[in-house]
Design a binder for this molecule. Structure first.
Ligand SMILES: [Zn+2]
Length: 231
């Protein structure tokens, strides 16, 4: 049965090849979502092994964060931009879980992240979920959870306020735009060291706002992980 299904998959691939999310070449059997050459060449940060790094510095003097890191640098026009685009707009949900697992396997080996107890994805406003069909941060959180062996809660924080796009705003305007758009939904979690997760970090204002909201939960420690970071 296994042999048959493998054959039929290869057969189907002749006509509808699965493509690498980074370079769009057909994947070989044994490759999933991203081809081996692209996986090897992704601009990884290794920030999960450095307690002082450019991602955690985005939060200095703003909100107390234990550790922060991103899997790879956002590279305009290159592989990470393609991957994030595929995750956000091409309905490639499995890719989000795959990326989360990929990063989770690194984070669980890191002394900085090994003590995180639960994962909280940054929520989207329900209108955006309706138009996109999913929250990409939930998928990354699901993959991280699988790899790290800790739970994830998609309903711990809510985003009742819709915001305009952040892309063309200045740093201050971005913070104003997302200030107070989150609220806790009153869900009880037992875990005290929470890992806040988003697909990408730019100025950090969305995650900062989310962290401020989470801090109201009480005696919590917070760390941050994203798939990509814009420097
Ligand atoms: Zn590729």
């Amino acid at each position: 049965m296994l042999i048959i299904s493998r054959y039929s998959r290869d057969f189907l691939n002749l006509f509808y090849p699965e493509l690498c999310a980074a370079c769009s070449r057909a994947l070989n059997s044994g490759e999933k979502f991203i081809c081996s050459a692209c996986l090897w060449r992704l601009p990884k940060t290794n920030f999960h092994l450095q307690d002082d790094n450019p991602v955690i510095r985005k939060f200095w003097g703003k909100v107390s964060i234990e550790s922060a890191a991103s899997f790879a640098f956002f590279d305009k026009g290159e592989r990470m931009q393609q991957i994030l685009h595929s995750l956000k707009y091409a309905g490639n949900k499995e890719l989000g879980i795959f990326l989360g697992e990929l990063y989770g396997n690194q984070l669980k080996e890191s002394p900085l992240f090994g003590k995180c107890e639960a994962i909280i994805p940054v929520p989207l406003h329900h209108k955006k979920i309706k138009s996109r069909g999913y929250n990409q941060s939930d998928l990354v959180a699901e993959g991280l959870s699988k790899a790290m062996g800790i739970p994830f809660y998609t309903d711990f924080i809510e985003r009742p306020v819709a915001t305009s796009t952040q892309t063309k705003k200045s740093r201050y305007a971005r913070f104003e735009n997302v200030e107070n758009v989150f609220r806790l939904n009153g869900r009880k979690v037992r875990e005290k060291h929470l890992l806040l997760v988003d697909d990408v970090i730019t100025t950090g204002s969305t995650l900062e706002s989310c962290a401020r909201c989470t801090a109201e939960y009480g005696d919590v420690k917070m760390s941050i992980a994203t798939i990509a970071c814009v420097m």
